[in-house]
Write a protein of this length. Structure first.
Length: 291
């Protein structure tokens, strides 16, 4: 199968899945999922893109589904107020209200698998500024918590049910690896940014993530190579990903000391004009075409 034919069939599948989820209505807003191996820079990129979209006047909902829960601080939320952030997965009363089952209650009983969580942002969203809101999903902990079905049902329901205005943006920062694809949290997203370092192990996770993104019907899958130090690393990347047919684009973000100097808050980074920001802005333009 040719590359063009492969992409055509992938886009047809994505459109069909989007229409089935919305009852035939046009899918809403822009939904971007950011995935990849741990430590590759997903949270930093999520925060940078959130700021770039906000700077164009878009309303942005940044969703932190990483157990490290650092996205708030990358967006400028004060570190001294960390205790004020209660992840959604730890709101047992809300989970029980929506799913009919309390976390850790054990097996048995009835469970609502498609909970109505349309009020979740209003009740638990954190307002970063007038353009950016944050929703912290939290982790699902296995040790001693009993059946995890209520938490999984709620987290899946949140991503499925949040409706956007036409010009709004959701950016989902996922946990390391590919578990979120298995739990279908990423289902319904239009674009996937698969972040990787230019290493064999990281690229293997990226390729696996790209295949799972395709299976979920995500129409555009963009590969982002972060922390590039040497030009010859690009050849290593192309040797591993072969023809790159899974990807709509490939972006190389350079290793940049400015990222470390400004962390955790990335807002000052955007004003430096550093190499990382310049390439991130090019990525932003690529994924925003037609939006």
């Amino acid at each position: 199968m040719s590359l063009s034919e492969y992409k055509r069939k992938r886009n047809v599948k994505a459109s069909a899945m989007a229409l089935s989820r919305t009852g035939g209505r046009k899918a809403d807003g822009m939904r971007i999922v950011i995935a990849g191996k741990g430590g590759v820079g997903k949270t930093t990129l999520t925060a940078v893109l959130s700021r770039l979209y906000a700077n164009t006047g878009k309303q942005v909902l940044a969703v932190d589904a990483d157990p490290q829960e650092n996205l708030a601080f990358s967006l400028g939320y004060p570190a001294e107020k960390a205790s004020d952030i209660i992840p959604l997965s730890q709101n047992s009363d809300y989970i029980e209200e929506k799913t009919g089952a309390r976390p850790g209650a054990g097996w048995g009983g009835f469970l609502t698998l498609n909970p109505n969580v349309s009020d979740v942002v209003e009740r638990f969203g954190i307002r970063i500024d007038d353009k950016i809101s944050l929703l912290v999903m939290g982790s699902v902990y296995a040790a001693g918590t009993g059946c995890l079905c209520p938490e999984n049902a709620l987290l899946n329901g949140v991503m499925r049910c949040i409706r956007l205005m036409e010009d709004d943006v959701i950016i989902l920062d996922t946990q390391a690896g590919v578990e979120h694809f298995g739990r279908a949290i990423s289902e319904g997203f239009k674009k996937a940014l698969i972040v990787s370092e230019p290493t064999f192990n990281s690229l293997q996770v990226a390729l696996h993530s790209a295949k799972l993104s395709c299976e979920l019907g995500i129409g555009e899958i963009h590969l982002v190579i972060n922390k590039l130090r040497f030009e010859d690393e690009k050849k290593k990347v192309t040797d591993i990903i072969k023809d790159g047919s899974l990807f709509s684009s490939i972006t190389y973000l350079p290793y940049d000391a400015a990222v470390l100097k400004t962390e955790p808050d990335i807002a000052p980074l955007l004003n430096t004009g550093c190499p990382y920001v310049r390439e991130a802005e090019r990525l932003f333009q690529t994924i925003s075409e037609g939006f």
